[in-house]
Design a protein around this ligand. Structure first.
Ligand SMILES: Cc1cc2nc3c(=O)[nH]c(=O)nc-3n(C[C@H](O)[C@H](O)[C@H](O)COP(=O)(O)OP(=O)(O)OC[C@H]3O[C@@H](n4cnc5c(N)ncnc54)[C@H](O)[C@@H]3O)c2cc1C
Length: 470
């Protein structure tokens, strides 16, 4: 498929320089290294021919017109923290980095919205909003992600039980289409019945339909108190069984995470410190926020009662900020700890919450069948289960041989339980071969028709989510 694209010539570089300025183009191989990968495990790097860093939507529009005319592929890139290879330029061409478009344009305190450029990092947005006593509740574990990237991937994360994922928190977009047209969708309002909802279509489209340049984000105020309950269990099954009952309580937690001993052992090695109750098999971590600490503690008393009825050995609410912080820090470092521990893959299957226990049981049977180790943890509150096959006690070549079939079996199992293959990390490049397990031919046909409408020359992030010609 790559043969349909043109290589970038000296003349194209000159034209790009005229658009963004020579100092905002990289063509040096070594300097482009950082743009040839993301955080996807097991990824071999793909180098672009040029990295282009525009300053605004008009420059992006000009770059797209040029690329469309010359049939040069363009891969949008945010913070490069994606886990599916979405921002890597598999057909070379241009990597279009949003890093210079990092201005927070407006905090509208009356309408509870922020208007930002796509290259603002989550870290910067959170700290800026804090000064205004406001909060953008989408919280994926990696705060170096850009707003544009989180929208392109429909990022979820650890606050989704209460606040939803990115789709529920984006009100409008400004985007540049592959032909260079600039369009605006949505606005500073929460209702909209005016034609097709392109905000929702572009959110989660992984940079294949349009380049996001600005976003209108829905804000909230952050309740002042945030507490966490940590409960150890003697079996993962018991821990998961407690989840539906916890979610039936009238108060909604921000997050409800599960983890097993496998990941606790790994995080202890990584952080070089012990986790509480590390001798037990499984854990639930329930995070609740509110105005009033007593109300949170009342809620936790009920959660504790449910957990203990389901076999929890204990239920701990850390008394100090320090102890609380250490728990959150450990949870946020799981991915990095696994990365350091062994070669690994990541799957982020989502199933109906009621099926998590069955899904995990089957995953264990599958991994035992392949004599491979998998480490599960994830967002029990929204059914999003992270499954990490890790290469331990096995030759790497043999592990890599077995890996695709194990992944296929896990995906088929998730789908057979009413779930789908990705809840938040996206399909990107990494999961493309498995997409057909999650959607049927007719749905794929509609998706391809949408892609062709937006991008008839297939120049915007080609080869991601699906191949148009397969
Ligand atoms: C340690 C760790 C923990 C993580 N935890 C979570 C988690 O809990 N939940 C979760 O959802 N994700 C998680 N992620 C994944 C990642 O942080 C998210 O996918 C994030 O949304 C990616 O943002 P980014 O700016 O880094 O995008 P990139 O990686 O740069 O790009 C991701 C995709 O978006 C496209 N894109 C980027 N910017 C634009 C734009 N302006 N316009 C159009 N397309 C664009 C790219 O082409 C690519 O397809 C985690 C990652 C790490 C490393």
């Amino acid at each position: 498929m790559g043969s349909q694209y043109q290589k970038i010539t000296g003349s194209i570089i000159n034209q790009l320089s005229a658009i963004v300025g020579q100092e905002n183009i990289i063509t040096d191989e070594a300097a482009m290294e950082d743009y040839s990968r993301d955080e996807m495990p097991l990824l071999k790097p793909y180098s672009p021919q040029a990295v282009v860093k525009p300053a605004d939507n008009r420059e992006i529009a000009e770059v797209m017109k040029l690329a469309n005319r010359e049939k040069v592929p363009v891969t949008p890139r945010g913070g490069g923290t994606g886990l599916s290879g979405g921002c890597i330029p598999i057909y070379g061409g241009i990597v279009l980095s949003l890093e210079r478009m990092n201005r927070i344009l407006e905090i509208d305190e009356e309408n509870f919205v922020a208007v930002t450029e796509a290259g603002v990092t989550l870290t910067d947005l959170y700290s800026h909003l804090e000064e205004h006593g406001l909060y953008y509740p989408v919280y994926p574990g990696e705060l170096a992600a850009f707003i544009g990237g989180t929208i392109a991937t429909n990022a979820g994360g650890m606050n989704a039980v209460k606040y939803g994922v990115t789709k529920q928190n984006v009100l409008g977009l400004e985007v540049v289409l592959p032909n260079g047209d600039i369009i605006k969708t949505g606005g500073k309002f929460v209702k909209c019945a005016t034609g097709y909802d392109l905000t929702q279509l572009i959110t989660g489209s992984e940079g294949t339909l349009a380049i996001i340049t600005q976003a209108i984000l829905k804000l909230t105020t952050r309740p002042p108190k945030r507490e966490v309950l940590f409960a150890p269990f003697t079996s993962l099954q018991d821990a998961i069984d407690a989840v539906p009952e916890i979610l039936r309580l009238p108060m909604v937690p921000i997050g409800l995470e599960f983890m097993d001993k496998g990941i606790i052992d790994i995080i202890e090695k990584y952080l070089e410190r012990d986790m509480p109750y590390h001798q037990y098999e499984a854990f639930l971590m329930v995070t609740m926020e509110g105005e009033d600490e007593d109300k949170i503690l009342d809620y936790f008393a009920k959660v504790e009662e449910i957990c203990k009825r389901h076999g929890a050995v204990e239920a701990m609410v850390p008394g100090s900020e320090h102890a609380k912080r250490r728990l959150f820090e450990a949870r946020e470092k799981f991915y990095h700890a696994l990365h350091k521990f062994a070669p690994m893959e990541i799957m982020d299957v989502v199933v109906p919450r009621s099926e998590i226990a069955k899904f995990l049981r089957r995953v264990k049977e599958i991994s035992d069948g392949y004599q491979m180790t998998v480490v599960p943890y994830g967002h029990a509150g929204d059914g999003n289960v992270h499954i990490h096959p890790i290469c331990v006690n096995m030759d790497l070549k043999e592990w890599l041989n077995r890996l695709p079939q194990l992944m296929r079996d896990v995906y088929v199992t998730g789908v057979s339980l009413g779930g789908t293959i990705s809840g938040e990390h996206g399909i990107g490049f990494d999961k493309k071969e498995f997409l057909r397990l999650g959607i049927d031919d007719r749905l794929l046909g509609v998706m391809k028709a949408i892609k062709r409408t937006f991008d008839p020359n297939n120049i915007l992030n080609p080869g991601k989510i699906f191949d148009l010609d397969s």
